[in-house]
Design a protein around this ligand. Structure first.
Ligand code: NCD
Length: 319
């Protein structure tokens, strides 16, 4: 779907915020992906800096660690001409006991942000803030539930690699139970017609999934057969109340994505991982680093144009 220009006939984008895939209509998603695709084609042109957000201020508030998500939101805003203020929560007044809302209201009074990007451990924190501020809010990951811009950039990556989502067999394997990436991806990919499977040990298989029609497997060999895409998900030990996995070695033996297993999926099957990934725990070196079969660095790269599209859609909706 490499467009030649921003699609003039792109479907309408109708949202005030981007809080979760479950809040977005398919047309909203399609309109973001079409603009993101246009920006992705031009990302390497350093001089290409559309100034559509000139004069805008983006406030970025990360209450959890992040490398790629926070950086790509920042780069996306800067490529569109906005100023970005990143608050380092670890050295902020939150540490002195200030509430989330007081922190946000204080920064809002000072900066008058045009959009707020927030990552938080608590489910619904971005929506809570969105209902109490007067600008668009983008969820950069909350709890285990939603990470909408990751699902959008994954969808862009899949469409740029294979031209479509509909009809593709996509296997998501690993710590599905604690993964907001898996949750948002399952919702988006199912709505765009993918044939979805999840593969996880019983302790990491969620009881309830956000969508129906997902096949569940407890072993890689059965779950991978015929998959076009295999997406690995990190063991999120920081979200496990107690140790659920006996050892990383044992996990890799049973659920690690090795080249042999990727070839069970198919000789052309592609590997994806949202990162950060644990080498030789969830994915083998030769799969992660494969120049054709791994899409991992493409996912990272596509984070910037996807977030450019999200900002542009939200901030130019009424102009
Ligand atoms: C993920 C996250 O933080 O939700 N990473 C990301 O945003 N690319 C996944 C993870 O932490 O494993």
């Amino acid at each position: 779907m490499n467009s030649a220009a921003p699609a003039k006939h792109a479907p309408a984008f109708t949202q005030d915020h981007v809080l979760g895939i479950n809040h977005l209509e398919n047309d909203d998603i399609e309109s973001i992906l079409q603009l993101a695709d246009y920006y992705a084609d031009r990302l390497d042109e350093r001089a290409f800096r559309p100034d559509v957000l000139r004069g805008c201020v983006i406030l970025s508030l990360f209450f959890e660690d992040s490398t790629r998500t926070r950086t790509s939101f920042e780069m996306a805003a800067k490529r569109l001409g906005a100023d970005v203020v990143n608050i380092d929560v670890d050295s902020s007044s939150v540490k002195k006991g200030e509430t989330l809302l007081d922190t946000v209201w204080t920064l809002q009074a000072m900066l008058r942000p045009d959009a707020i990007v927030i990552r938080h451990t608590e489910y619904g924190a971005p929506e809570y803030i969105a209902n109490r501020v007067d600008c668009p809010v983008v969820n950069a990951g909350d709890s285990w539930r939603e990470h909408p811009t990751q699902a959008l950039l994954d969808a862009l990556t899949i469409r740029r690699a294979l031209g479509k989502i509909e009809g593709l067999k996509i296997a998501i394997c690993g710590d599905i139970a604690h993964s907001r990436v898996a949750s948002s991806n399952l919702q988006l990919l199912s709505r765009f017609g993918a044939d979805l499977r999840i593969i996880a040990p019983a302790v990491l298989m969620p009881e309830k999934l956000p969508v129906d029609n997902v096949q569940k497997f407890d072993n890689m060999e059965d779950g991978l057969a015929g998959a076009d895409i295999v997406m690995t998900i990190r063991l999120q030990k920081e979200r496990m109340g107690k140790a659920l996995i006996s050892s990383d070695e044992d996990y890799f033996r049973k659920f690690g994505l090795t080249m042999d297993r990727l070839n069970i999926a198919g000789p052309n099957a592609l590997a994806m991982d949202p990162g950060p990934f644990l080498r030789n725990v969830q994915i083998a070196d030769d799969v992660a680093d494969h120049p054709e079969r791994s899409l991992i660095l493409k996912q990272v790269r596509n984070g910037v144009p996807t977030r450019m599209a999200v900002f542009e859609k939200l901030l130019t909706r009424n102009t």
